[in-house]
Ligand binder design. Structure first.
Ligand SMILES: NC(=O)c1ccc[n+]([C@@H]2O[C@H](COP(=O)([O-])OP(=O)(O)OC[C@H]3O[C@@H](n4cnc5c(N)ncnc54)[C@H](O)[C@@H]3O)[C@@H](O)[C@H]2O)c1
Length: 362
């Protein structure tokens, strides 16, 4: 079997996890690219990478089997265009890009150049969710009727570090919707097999004015020596959704819920069974049936959140090794990444128009 080679562009908080997962899989780390040369050099030494540099053009001239794009989102459209035009397979971090038109263009470009593509919606790869999906797909479950849940995090509760996520130029118009809403909506559609066709959203920015001290944000007027900054993007979202075939759903997103470090919860109701799962008890599946109580099933060969990235990569690299996408492959592709951009932008349009319903036509 051919030893595959990869490049990772952007070795920040998620990029380093790509490096670790690829290293663990025995993939050659042929190129590591980051703006910080010393950092790239250190990571290269630790994970046996062959080359490192600050210049993105180096990977475009390389013979790697796949490029992992882990830079901030404002760079994705331009870098993805170059990657796809050179015919590389690519695993892009979410969000794919900012604009609907750009997303559709990138999708078409990947098709034109026969590139294998993946987007890092890694939550799909919790092992217990494989079982959840097969239960939902079984006849016993009946027709999917209702999908609801939440994605709660505490990362942006005060005090919180100021980074690119608060800068519109680098992150786009949204924060909670693109950062965590993208994972929840991907998972809801993946598990149920039903696409979101329309949505209505309201956004909340609880602290548009904030204090900034030594790179950390605090509640307005809460500390004496500080700069004042304004933040436009949302801390929280309420989302109502229509899915295909009459399925309805809702979700609460929050990046400011203390104690909820990373809790995605989802409940899917079928005509015969009801099933629910959350990422804090990620190896536990609950199934309800009328007059039969709740059946709690502990998935015996469980995983941690950190493993999900590696499982996604393994599924993707199987296709890269064989040279084509298997129709049963369950990793998210550029098609899912494109639809995700449309869904997030529909949420923004809705939220900036008093929650009016917006259709997603693709
Ligand atoms: N799938 C997930 O669960 C998940 C989790 C976190 C982040 N992300 C996504 O990953 C992307 C990166 O986020 P992050 O948290 O790692 O950000 P980060 O700021 O921690 O890292 C970004 C890295 O990119 C480097 N960089 C910037 N411009 C570059 C360029 N032109 N060429 C090469 N390197 C460059 C920076 O030096 C930095 O090391 C974002 O799109 C984010 O939404 C996804």
């Amino acid at each position: 079997m051919k030893k595959l080679k990869a490049a990772v562009v952007g070795i920040g908080s998620i990029g380093i996890n790509h490096v670790k997962a690829l290293h663990g899989m025995g993939i050659e780390l042929a190129w590591l690219i980051d703006l910080d040369l010393n950092h790239a050099k250190t990571v290269a030494a630790e994970y046996d990478a062959t080359n490192y540099s600050t210049d993105f053009a180096d990977v475009l001239d390389s013979d790697v089997d796949c490029i992992h794009l882990c830079t901030p989102p404002n760079l994705h459209y331009d870098q993805m265009t170059q990657i796809l035009n050179r015919g590389f397979n690519v695993l892009c971090e979410k969000p794919l890009c900012f604009e609907d038109q750009q997303a559709m263009e990138l999708y078409q470009l990947a098709r034109k150049h026969n590139c294998l593509t993946a987007i890092d919606f890694n939550v799909r790869f919790h092992l217990a969710l494989t079982e959840v999906k097969s239960i939902i797909e079984s006849e016993d479950f009946g027709a999917v009727r209702l999908i609801h849940g939440s994605y709660l995090q505490e990362f942006h509760a005060f005090p919180a570090p100021l980074d690119w996520r608060y800068n519109k130029e680098l992150a786009g118009n949204m924060r909670a919707m693109t950062e965590i809403g993208s994972h929840w909506t991907d998972l809801a559609q993946y598990l149920s097999g039903k696409k979101i066709t329309a949505l209505s959203a309201r956004f909340a920015n609880f602290s548009p004015e904030r204090d900034l001290h030594e790179g950390m944000m605090f509640e307005k007027d809460s500390i004496s020596v500080s700069d004042k900054i304004t933040v436009e993007s949302e801390d929280a979202v309420i989302l109502n959704m229509l899915f295909e075939d009459g399925v309805i759903g809702s979700c609460i997103l929050s990046e400011v819920s203390a104690g909820r470090i990373n809790r995605l919860a989802i409940e899917i109701t079928g005509s015969r069974k009801n099933i629910w799962w959350n990422s804090e008890d990620n190896n536990v599946i609950n199934i309800g049936m009328k007059n039969a109580g709740i059946n709690t099933f502990v998935y015996p060969f469980g995983n941690s959140f950190g493993d999900t990235l590696g499982f996604l990569f393994k599924a993707f690299y199987k296709d890269i090794q064989r040279g084509y996408a298997d129709e049963n492959s369950r990793y998210p592709t550029l098609y899912d990444g494109m639809r995700n951009v449309l869904i997030c932008n529909a949420a923004y349009t809705s939220a900036t128009n008093q929650g009016k319903w917006v259709e997603i036509k693709i």
